[in-house]
Each structure stands twice: as structure tokens, then as C-alpha cells.
Design a protein around this ligand. Structure first.
Ligand code: KG4
Ligand code: ZN
Length: 353
């Protein structure tokens, strides 16, 4: 089954072709970040208009790369939410129009389920069940995953998402949007132990997160440094490192708790922040001590992309799921309301010893 996947939930136009037998055939991405950088964040109307411009050319591009024809496509998966309503509508409208023209089924996919399943595109994918840490610009969640669509929410952020905290910290440090990778790069020049930032909500039981206090702490530290006349590149790097270390430690403590609480031996990390090297290293060390394993996607499939939507859509369409005639666009959409895919078998899964 050859599925065309379309991702347009925010500021990245992502398209991919996934074949249920041969795997990922091609993927292409156009990032709008340069366009939004002037505004310090995503401007929804500009995002929608740019998706209109880029989506169909990218669809032709992946077909060319894969050496396939439009008539080879068996189904179309698109991101139906959560995300920006205008941006989602572009992907949904194009998917339904192309599906109608080609006479193939169409399915709206949950963006976070796409992130969650992205590590399945790698050569050693995790087997079920696993604990997933979803860390993106809009979400920070710990989920017990028993199968596709079998999601038990273990904990989530009560305020800012981890990626959002990275983006806001970047602004305070004078860095451009999107901030996560830039804060991480600046932190590499930081000195250990110059600042110590709090590890929010780690001193009490539970698996919820809160990052807004950390944001305020960072803001106060920046102000104090400026007031003291100490605002230079070294201090900015030291603050970036202290912030990153606090987020990474907090996420690591909660992931360890979630593994211990559930008895799971596999941890999956997904979403933009899962590209963070310090986070990966910290979770490798923690799971190593527990005799568990950590799984993640290659960096380009941690942030938004079409491949994860093509993959998730393919699994659900193989199980017979498809849209009716209406375009589905759901800006806010809890992932644990998704239906399970049932007894369907996934390809390429290897059970760990
Ligand atoms: O998953 P994603 O591409 O989009 C959403 O679904 O939100 O995640 C984007 C978020 C942004 O907040 C970005 O700053 C953050 O992921 N991010 C990172 C890194 N790469 C992206 N945060 C920390 N370190 C990184 N290397
Ligand atoms: Zn995303």
C-alpha cells in the first residue's frame, strides 16, 4: 500500500511516500522558519499561504524522487490536528481534493501520534509496550503506549511545553526563532556550575511537568546579569547551559519514574526537543542504569515532517480506517481519544530480548 503523507500543522510543509512493503521511499520538507523569524514566531496566516504555495510542488517532487506516478498512490494521509486551523485546512483540502481526483481513500492523522511513531521508521524500532516522552513546541507528555491508538496519559505539562520554554529562553538570550537548537548550540560554550536552575516538580511524586517557573527564573537571571553589567557572550552561554541542564534533568527524572512505575523497559522520545543531544545522552545514561533502552528518530524526523504522517496514516489505513467526505481539522485534539488499530500487525518490529 503506497501512502502519500502530508504535514502542514504549523510552519513546515512536509510530504513523504511510504510503502507498506518497501518502507519510506522519499520525503521532502520546506521549512518556513526564515519567513517567520522576522516576527519572532509563527504568523498563522503567512503559514497557511506558504503551505498553499509549496504543497503540490513537494508532492510532485517526492513522486519524482521515488520514481512513482500519481496513479501508483493507494491512499493519502494528512495531519488533521492539533495545529493551526488555517494551516491544517490547507493540508486537509489538498489531501481530499487529490484523493477525490485519484479515486483513493484519505485519512486525517493525529500530529502527535505521527511524532510518537516516527522512531518506527528507524532500523531498530521499539516493540510495544513502551513509555513515550513527547516533547515538542506545543506538548510535553508522558504516555504509556500499548499499541497504535492505545495511549494512557501518565503525565503532562500543566503550563508551558518544553519546546516553548526553549523558544522563550532563546528570545531572552537574544537568539532567533526557533530557539531550541540555538539555545543548545550556545550551551556548548557554557561553563558547568556557574548557575544552578531549579528542577521543577521533581521533589514531589507524580509525572506532571511545569516549565513556566523555570522561564521566570531564567528571566530574573538575565535581568540580574544585565543590571550587574555582566551581559556578555560567556554569561549568555552559561545561562543557556544552566537552562538546558535543568530541562534535561527534569525530563530524565520523570522518565525514570515513569519506567519504574510502569515496569516498561523501553523508552521512546519524540517531537522536536527529542533532537536535543544533551537530552539523548542523559536518557541513554539513565536507561542504561535501569537495564532499559531508549529509542528515537533521526534528527530530521524528530521535528515536523511528512514521513511520520505517511507512516502513521499507512498503519491506520491498512486497518481500514479512512475519512468520510468531510475534511477533518481539529486544532485541539487529545491523543488518548484516538481509536486503537486492533489486532493489526506492524511490519519491521523486533522484540527486544
Ligand atoms: O515537533 P516540533 O517540530 O513542532 C511541534 O509539533 O511543536 O517541535 C518544535 C520544537 C521547538 O520548540 C524547537 O525549539 C524545539 O522543538 N527543538 C529543540 C531542538 N530542536 C528543536 N529544542 C531543544 N533542542 C533541540 N536540538
Ligand atoms: Zn510537531
Amino acid at each position: 500500500m503506497l501512502i502519500l503523507g502530508i504535514e502542514t500543522s504549523c510552519d513546515e510543509t512536509g510530504v513523504a511516500l511510504y510503502d507498506s512493503a518497501a518502507g519510506l521511499l522519499a520525503h521532502a520538507l520546506f521549512s518556513q522558519t526564515a519567513m517567520h523569524a522576522d516576527y519572532g514566531g509563527v504568523v498563522p496566516e503567512l503559514a497557511s499561504r506558504d503551505h498553499v504555495r509549496k504543497l503540490l510542488p513537494l508532492c510532485d517532487q517526492v513522486l519524482d524522487t521515488a520514481g512513482r506516478q500519481r496513479s501508483d498512490i493507494d491512499g493519502i494521509a494528512y495531519t488533521a490536528g492539533p495545529g493551526l486551523i488555517g494551516a491544517l485546512m490547507v493540508g486537509g483540502a489538498v489531501a481530499h481534493a487529490v484523493g477525490f481526483a485519484l479515486g483513493v481513500p484519505v485519512l486525517g492523522v493525529h500530529h502527535m501520534e505521527g511524532h510518537l511513531l516516527a522512531p518506527m521508521l528507524e532500523s531498530s524500532p521499539p516493540a510495544f509496550p513502551f513509555v513515550a516522552l513527547l516533547v515538542s513546541g506545543g506538548h510535553t507528555q508522558l504516555v504509556l503506549v500499548k499499541g497504535i491508538g492505545e495511549y494512557q496519559m501518565l503525565g503532562e505539562s500543566v503550563d508551558d511545553a518544553a519546546g516553548e520554554a526553549f523558544d522563550k529562553t532563546a528570545k531572552m538570550l537574544g537568539l532567533d526563532y526557533p530557539g531550541g537548537p540555538r539555545v543548545a548550540a550556545l550551551a556548548e560554550k557554557g561553563r558547568e556550575g556557574v548557575y544552578r536552575f531549579p528542577r521543577p516538580m521533581t521533589d514531589r511524586p507524580g509525572l506532571d511537568f511545569s516549565f513556566s517557573g523555570l522561564k521566570t527564573f531564567t528571566l530574573n537571571t538575565v535581568r540580574d546579569a544585565k543590571d550587574a553589567g555582566q551581559w556578555d557572550d560567556q554569561v549568555r552561554s552559561d545561562i543557556a547551559l544552566a537552562f538546558e541542564a535543568a530541562v534535561v534533568d527534569t525530563l530524565t527524572i520523570k522518565c525514570r519514574r515513569a519506567l519504574q512505575q510502569t515496569g516498561c523497559r523501553r523508552l521512546v522520545i519524540a517531537g522536536g526537543v527529542s533532537a536535543n543531544k544533551r537530552l539523548r545522552a542523559s536518557l541513554e545514561a539513565m536507561t542504561g542504569k535501569l537495564g532499559a533502552g531508549v529509542f528515537y528518530a533521526r534528527p530530521e524526523f524528530c521535528t515536523d515532517n511528512g514521513a511520520m504522517i505517511a507512516y502513521a496514516g499507512c498503519q491506520r489505513m491498512q486497518a481500514g480506517q479512512r475519512d468520510g467526505e468531510r475534511i477533518v481539522a481539529v486544532p485541539r485534539w487529545p491523543m488518548n481519544t484516538l481509536p486503537p488499530v486492533g489486532e493489526m500487525r506492524l511490519e519491521g518490529l523486533v522484540e527486544l530480548p
